[in-house]
Design a protein around this ligand. Structure first.
Ligand SMILES: Cc1cc2nc3c(=O)[nH]c(=O)nc-3n(C[C@H](O)[C@H](O)[C@H](O)COP(=O)(O)OP(=O)(O)OC[C@H]3O[C@@H](n4cnc5c(N)ncnc54)[C@H](O)[C@@H]3O)c2cc1C
Length: 240
């Protein structure tokens, strides 16, 4: 297998055109390839600047999970820091997690940040939403969002190889009209359920409105965890 390391978008497009398979840290594909055979060419984005951004409002697809630190919002940091083991996090990438894994622990965090994805195809780069990236398995370059005022991530304790643990991701965003809006995503099993509400009328009213969204149909014990998480994050917002 030839591993290609494009350093520009044009080079990456050429790799794609020549059939190179995208690869992150190979934590998922290696065992599959050993079983089924290796592709002729693979392409890692680790030398491509566009795929290595890391900051308050952006995260590159080639960034290793263990490099995700306090430059990014707490919800994304919390998601990355609880994926698998330390060894997995030192090798696995953002792109491999969002596009390639079944658990996708980064996905609920990305959803509450209202994330847009930048992808590359043969015509160039374009922006799209996460649902399309996951469904069409586009070549992901980076994720971009607007920094929240506060955010939080809860993952229930779980045994390795057991059922997917409950995840509650929460982010509060400032609105153009001066108000605030909370976005919540809950992963129960492999399903992610989302909802959002204005925060103007206080925590109780915000929770009541969230209950009228798809989040209201969660099992009661999961609804309790969700309400506890949302209350905690709302309590930590700087303007009350
Ligand atoms: C022991 C263990 C525990 C784990 N626990 C968790 C967990 O708790 N939560 C969780 O979410 N995940 C978990 N995982 C899965 C882990 O997140 C993935 O292994 C990892 O994210 C895949 O990243 P990678 O960079 O190694 O991907 P690779 O194995 O390199 O690639 C995986 C797939 O993604 C595609 N891909 C990679 N990069 C891109 C890109 N930029 N654009 C498009 N497609 C791309 C590849 O073509 C391939 O199909 C665990 C894995 C292991 C081995």
């Amino acid at each position: 297998m030839l591993l290609r390391l494009p350093t520009s978008l044009t080079e990456a497009q050429n790799c794609m055109a020549e059939g190179a398979v995208p690869i992150g840290g190979a934590t998922l594909v290696w065992a599959l390839w050993q079983r089924d055979g290796f592709p002729e060419q693979a392409m890692s984005l680790r030398s491509l600047p566009e795929a290595n951004v890391i900051g308050r409002e952006a995260l590159g697809a080639a960034v290793l999970l263990h490099r995700i630190d306090d430059r990014v919002p707490e919800v994304m940091r919390g998601a990355a820091s609880t994926v698998g083991t330390g060894a997995v996090r030192r090798t696995a990438t953002v792109g491999g997690n969002i596009v390639g894994s079944t658990l996708r622990c980064l996905l609920p965090a990305a959803l509450v940040l209202d994330t847009r994805a930048t992808v590359l195809d043969r015509d160039g780069t374009f922006e799209t939403d996460l649902a399309e990236v996951v469904a069409k398995r586009h070549l992901l370059l980076s994720l971009r969002w607007r920094a929240p005022t506060t955010s939080g991530y809860h993952k229930a304790p779980a045994e390795v190889g057991g059922p997917p643990p409950l995840v509650v991701a929460t982010a509060v965003h400032a609105q153009e009209d001066g108000g605030r809006r909370v976005r919540v995503a809950v992963r129960d099993g492999y399903e992610v359920t989302g909802g959002s509400a204005d925060c103007a009328a206080g925590t109780d009213e915000t929770l009541r409105v969230l209950d009228t969204t798809a989040l209201g149909s969660l099992p009661p014990e999961i609804g309790d965890v969700m309400r506890r998480e949302v209350s905690g994050v709302l309590g930590r917002t700087t303007d009350g």
